[in-house]
Each structure stands twice: as structure tokens, then as C-alpha cells.
Design a protein around this ligand. Sequence first.
Ligand SMILES: C[S@@+](CC[C@H](N)C(=O)[O-])C[C@H]1O[C@@H](n2cnc3c(N)ncnc32)[C@H](O)[C@@H]1O
Length: 371
Amino acid sequence: MSPADPAAAPEPAAEPATAQWYRHFGTVDAPGNSLCYEDWSVAIAEDPELIRRIDEWPHNKRQPLLLLAAARFLGAQISPYREFRSFLDEHWDEISRTVLARATQTNEAGRCATLLPSLARIAATEGRPLALIEVGASAGLALFPDRYGYEFDAGSADPGDPAAGSADPGRAAVTRLQPAGAQPGTFPLLRCTTTGPVPLPAQLPRVVWRAGIDLNPLNVRSPDDVAWLEALIWPEQDFRRERLRQAIAVAQADPPLLVAGDLNEQLVALAGRAPSDATLVVFHSAVMAYLDAEGREQFRGTIAELTAGRGCHWLSNEGHTVILQADGSSVVPEMDAERLRGRFLLTHNGQPVAIAGPHGQSLEWLQAATS
Ligand SMILES: C[S@@+](CC[C@H](N)C(=O)[O-])C[C@H]1O[C@@H](n2cnc3c(N)ncnc32)[C@H](O)[C@@H]1O
């Protein structure tokens, strides 16, 4: 039977793009993180009526995590898909309103663990305290690396992490750091498995000024924004929810300066407000994917200006497909994509220094970055 044979059975229609998006999320992103999101996303992919409704939203609003977080925000509990589907039907108007009003702005304080060694090294090298600017800061929870506690463990490994099994057996166990004078339980304790010669500091760096930029800064003193931040955490990840609550409590006591706007439009003016006797560090995590190639290029140019004019340092903690190399490429020659899959590449002034767990759970220092 030739393909042109009119009697031939029709080819099965390709799955619509939105359905593919949900299937990808359910089979690639969710496994290992959330059984419930795995089930729901695959079931949504196979639910043409729901896909039709999702397709009524603008393209950037159709992303799986946004719909799932909106449902959780409105009270959806872990349940079989049949019950979840009824919940969606009953609350569809509110879900639509939430999806259209909100964005995925997960704020992960745990990432401070993978930034901390670089921040401490910069402070030590420069011999001055730090002024921090985070671009794409969400609620600004990563602006408090000096107010959290840390447990860097070179002796064990999280089996769910791609770095598992490569923890350095020669390194003695655990390095603990915490803010001077703070009572345990009043700050989140960030646990991170280390591999290789991570330059762990003996004490936390001093931060004298902190500020962030976001298209839509979230306010840690707004109950609605706090509930949204909680809804963005995947259902079964209770330890991340607990860490988020503790980080929010730290930020609520002394909210950071957050400027609303595009990072490319706001950065130079905000850098001008940083105290001149502190070392300025501009950093970002999980943000570059939101920018197009032109936006990333513009940002790199601004960083180059600030580095030359202000002596600022630049830390980038991003998925390897969106990183910005000093030469403008996003290719890391010495690393194959497999090694970086599912993890972030940490660069300091454009040079790769480490491979980081995306939520700060692991830090693999690159040998070439020790000097
Ligand atoms: C996934 S969140 C990451 C938040 C935070 N960096 C963290 O690691 O927890 C990305 C944030 O970047 C912000 N964002 C995206 N594009 C932006 C832009 N052009 N200018 C400023 N902020 C932006 C989003 O609003 C969102 O809050």
C-alpha cells in the first residue's frame, strides 16, 4: 500500500503543540519531582477538551506550571486526575483569571548555597563588603545569602541529583555556617552536596546593601504574593515549602529594595545607587530563559560597561542553553550537554566555575576554576 493510496488508513494526527508541551512536562520535567504533576500533565495532554480551553489563552500563558500552580493556589489537592479535572471545571473562571494575572516566578532561596562560595571569594579578594543586585529577583529571597544557614556536605550525595556518587571521598564531611547570633529555626538551613575543590568560606560574607529588579516584584508582606510563591512549589516538595516560609520570614523582617521593570532598562540606574565603598556584585539565576537573544546580548553589554566603569562582578547561574559566554556564544567547549543536563552552569565574569543543582542542592566545582 503506497502512502498515496486513497484506501490507506489516515496517518494519526500529530499531537497539538499544547498537548505536546504538557506531555513533555509530565514525562521529562515532573518525574523525580512530583508524581502528581506527572499524572496530571500527561492526562491533560490526552484531554482534547481541556487543551482547547487552554489554547484560548495567549501562548505564554499556556505553560503547564502556570496552570498547575494556579489550580494549587485556588486549593487543588493531590488527587487522581478525575478529581483534579472536576476541580478545574468547577473553578475554571478563577483559574483563567489567575493564569492571566500571574506568571511563573518561583523564588528559590536554596540557590544561595551555590552562590555563597563565589560571593565569599569575591568579598575576600576585594577586601570590602558586598553590595548585591539581583536581576530577575522575584520576591528577592536570594538577596539574603548572609542571613541564611548552610550545610555543605562533601561526604554524601543526593541520589536524585545527577552529581550523585561523585561526592569527593577525600573531603571531610560537613561545613556549617550560620549568621552570627541568629537562633536556629529563625533562618532556613540550606543543604548542599559539594564535589571538587569548592572554596568554602570560614564565615559568611558581609552584605551592606541589597536590591533587585523584576518585571513584577513579589512582595513578601503581601499574603496573596506569599500564597502564590507557595503554589509555585511542586506539591510533594514539603521541604522546599518549609525553606520558602523560613526565607520569607527573614525577608519580611527587612524587605529588600525591589525595582519594577525590565532588567535591561533598570540595571545601570540601580547600580548607581549602590554604595561606592562596597564591591558590587550583579547576579541572576533562572532568568535568562525569559529573555530573547537580543535581550541577553544587551544585558551582556551593560555588564561589560559596569565591569569596566564600576569594577562590578557578575555571577550567572543559569541553564546551559541560555548562558552568556564572554565571547557571546552559549557553548561551553569543555563540557558536553549530558554533563550539564538538568543542572545550572555557574559563571563568574563569564568564566565557568561550577555546575550547580538547579535548586542549590549540589555544587560541583570545576578544576580549572580553582586559581
Ligand atoms: C524563575 S524566576 C527566578 C527568580 C529568582 N532569580 C530565583 O532564582 O529564585 C524568574 C524571574 O525573572 C523575572 N524576569 C523575567 N524577565 C525579566 C526581565 N526582562 N526583567 C526583569 N525581570 C525579569 C520574572 O518576573 C521572574 O520573577
